[in-house]
Design a protein around this ligand. Structure first.
Ligand code: ADP
Ligand code: ASP
Ligand code: MG
Length: 405
């Protein structure tokens, strides 16, 4: 007998019929003899609905109170699922994050899990119960409710799987696995049987929102086998684990991220310490910088460009205007309508020429590349947002990633 942690996302528990279907699935696993801990999200649309209500009252809601509000979505689902399981003769107990001591730091709206006291869960499992835990939430050291950032139920599931040494953490969603590209953007995208943690981390960081980045980080750190499956159709899904597939493809996936914005300081005097003078105040304001490009000018000045999360754009622009004045720079410009398109694959390490093939494919479509960044297993380019989907589709075709590739 083993322990399995299953997580069901918003669409998988979006209606009472869906919750009943999940209860049947859980009961079936239980009847095969395995212990089950279930983590659920809020019913689909619920977290957004709550967010809109808060923002109607205050454009920048108090973060602590926002977490009290957002955590209610998951509390509804755990109760409904447990009620349904009990009605089907399957003993179950629901718990909020605080009740099973999912301890986090106190960074409201994006808290990190510090530890889980799983005794209570184990006691219930020993009594033959299914334990249903609210995803996306925890408590800080003072007992304040915190939430883990959008998509955070994935991380709750992996953290519980790690703490309880589960055999597998199964993430049930509305697609039957991880695909070579978002199937909503590229209909001919292909499901991957297996991806490594390292690749999945890049895919998630670069825009494949099928798993929260922190969930993948956690799974990798504690070596939790993670599987993405559909709650709507049977199948073996995609396994995310340490070893690569037998026949590792050159490219595992193409992703797109629209969460960034670009800022440029033009005509900065080209002197040592400039990068620090520009980025120091940005870092001090707790704004994360992603790509950075500095041009070498001929007139003794340089242009300095970088990207930040779109939600930090205004704050970064304000800071730069101040800095530009102090440095005697010519101008500050910005663009929030950009997208980052990326290719990910561990096999890239041993292959040259992928970047030039990528750039050529984009050029053929008339897509201008604004910035480039590379690592051993990924190449990212910043393009105008309007070309994002075309970029993803053309690269998917160029590298033969489709069903018939
Ligand atoms: P849940 O509510 O179950 O957590 P999400 O909406 O967070 O579901 O994640 C599933 C969605 O992720 C899919 O509907 C799909 O559109 C999107 N997605 C983006 N990139 C990929 C990818 N490479 N493979 C699979 N799904 C992807
Ligand atoms: N309900 C939260 C969200 O919509 C957490 C999750 O679903 O994972 O982001
Ligand atoms: Mg999700």
């Amino acid at each position: 007998m083993a322990l399995i942690v299953q997580k069901y996302g918003g669409t998988s528990v979006g209606t009472l019929e869906r919750i009943a279907a999940v209860a049947d699935e859980v009961r079936a696993v239980r009847e095969l003899g395995d212990d089950v801990v279930v983590v659920v999200s809020a019913m689909s649309g619920e977290t957004n609905r709550l967010l809109v209500m808060a923002k109607t009252l205050d454009r920048h809601p108090n973060p602590r109170e926002l977490d009290v509000l957002l955590s209610t979505g998951e509390q509804v689902t755990i109760a409904l699922l447990s009620i349904c399981l009990e009605s089907k003769g399957c003993p179950a107990r629901s718990y909020t994050g605080g009740q099973v001591h999912i301890r986090t730091d106190n960074a409201y709206n994006k808290a990190r899990i510090l530890g889980i006291d799983h005794r209570r869960v184990e006691e219930d499992l020993a009594k033959g119960r299914v334990v249903v835990v609210a995803g996306f939430q925890g408590v800080d050291e003072h007992g304040n409710i915190t939430t883990l950032g959008r998509g955070g139920s994935d991380t709750t599931a992996v953290a519980l799987a790690a703490a309880l040494s589960a055999r597998e953490c199964q993430i049930f969603t509305d697609v039957d696995g991880v695909y070579t590209a978002d199937p909503r953007v590229v209909p001919e995208a292909r499901r991957l049987d297996r991806v490594t943690y390292e690749e999945m981390l890049e895919l998630a960081s670069l825009g494949a929102k099928v798993l929260q980045i922190r969930a993948v980080e956690f799974a990798r750190k504690y070596n939790v086998p993670l599987r993405v499956l559909s709650s709507f159709q049977p199948g073996k899904g995609t396994l995310i684990a340490e070893e690569a597939a037998m026949e590792q493809p050159l490219i595992s996936g193409v992703t797109c991220n629209r969460d960034e914005a670009k800022l440029t300081v033009l005509g900065v005097p080209d002197r040592p310490g400039i990068a620090h003078r520009i980025l120091g105040p940005v870092a001090k304001a707790n704004i994360e910088v992603d790509m950075i490009v500095q041009n070498v000018g001929e007139d003794g000045t340089t242009d300095f460009t970088f990207t930040v999360n779109r939600s930090d754009y205004e704050a970064a622009l304000e800071i730069l205007k101040q800095v530009a004045g102090d440095l005697g720079a010519r101008e500050v410009t910005g663009d929030r309508r950009i997208a980052k398109v990326s290719l990910v694959g561990v096999a890239m390490r041993s292959h040259a020429g992928i970047a030039s093939r990528m750039f050529e494919a984009l050029a053929t479509e008339g897509i201008n590349i604004r910035m480039i960044s590379t690592s051993e297993i990924k190449i990212s380019v910043v393009v105008d947002e309007k070309y994002a989907e075309l970029g993803v589709r053309s690269l998917h075709t160029e590298f033969g990633l489709g069903q018939n590739g």
